[in-house]
Design a binder for this molecule. Sequence first.
Ligand SMILES: Nc1ncnc2c1ncn2[C@@H]1O[C@H](COP(=O)(O)OP(=O)(O)O)[C@@H](O)[C@H]1O
Ligand SMILES: [Mg+2]
Length: 344
Amino acid sequence: MAGLTLENVTKRYGELQVIHGVDLIIEQGEFCVFVGPSGCGKSTLLRMIAGLEDISGGSIAIGGRIVNEVAPAKRGVAMVFQTYALYPHMTVYNNMAFGLRQAKMPKTEIDTRVRAAAEVLHITDYLERTPRALSGGQRQRVAIGRAIVREPEVFLFDEPLSNLDAALRVQTRLEIARLHERLGATMVYVTHDQVEAMTLADKIVVLRDGRIEQVGSPMELYERPRNTFVAQFIGSPKMNFFGAGQLDPSAPEDLRGGGPDRIIGIRAEHLREVAEGEGILSARLELVEQLGEYALAHMIGDDGHEFIAKLEQPPRIPKGARMTFTARPDLIHRFDRASGLRID
Ligand SMILES: Nc1ncnc2c1ncn2[C@@H]1O[C@H](COP(=O)(O)OP(=O)(O)O)[C@@H](O)[C@H]1O
Ligand SMILES: [Mg+2]
């Protein structure tokens, strides 16, 4: 198995630069997730690792070997795409065997690998079907199987769950996590979905506009986001932001945390309702979303500022009534308003 090293990697399409000097180390056996909004360069970066896109500058090494000039098939990587990219007229078996036959692998070895992968992915019963006769989730498992049989050093996934419905997405996500446990291979996984990133990753790389905003474990990013972008991208609902003027001026200084040059961030799950006069902010209840296990109270301040509080019980007060909240000082994030960078 192999790790990856990216050094000052850039990508230009003509005049347009879309990746701006990415430095990154992915350890052998690590599950690394690239996350960020659409268009931030996740697929481009992954495709450069796969060798499907030229590298405009810098270097990419897999297992210590620089692969800038190495053909995709010789990099020891296998890629799974969002759109499955299966051959429609071939059976599942032949789809999985295709690449190995191209590589002139002996028939018995191919058969062993295809059947073993099918077993792992629970698609043994479908081996003689064509993709047409499979559900989206089954097709995606075939696409993953086609990657597994190649026994790559590095798996590359580009939004593999995006075309699946919600229930299947959760199930397939678990299967990918199990697969990683079982194979111990290095995996690089692209998604725009922060829940996928949080649940799958050993290491998350948050990208914006072709640059890395932060690299860290899911909990590092959740607990200590480097800037307001990461703070709002990781965690659901999004972190609430407040200006100094939106917090109660009579609240203790360590809770309000600063002047007009600061942004205060508090996650919905860290707001706690308290009696009037005992909190750091108060607002009117606008709407309640009841989610069974918890409720989201959508609040609106006197100046129209909106925020969300996550509550164990839905509030027993009418819409428009006031609620007051506080938060533990160590769960209050502070950012510089001008740069967006974390302060502490
Ligand atoms: N072949 C191409 N030619 C020109 N621009 C491209 C090409 N492929 C991608 N881009 C641009 O590069 C940027 C990053 O794209 P992409 O890596 O697909 O983003 P993501 O996968 O994060 O949604 C986007 O602005 C996109 O329009
Ligand atoms: Mg993409």
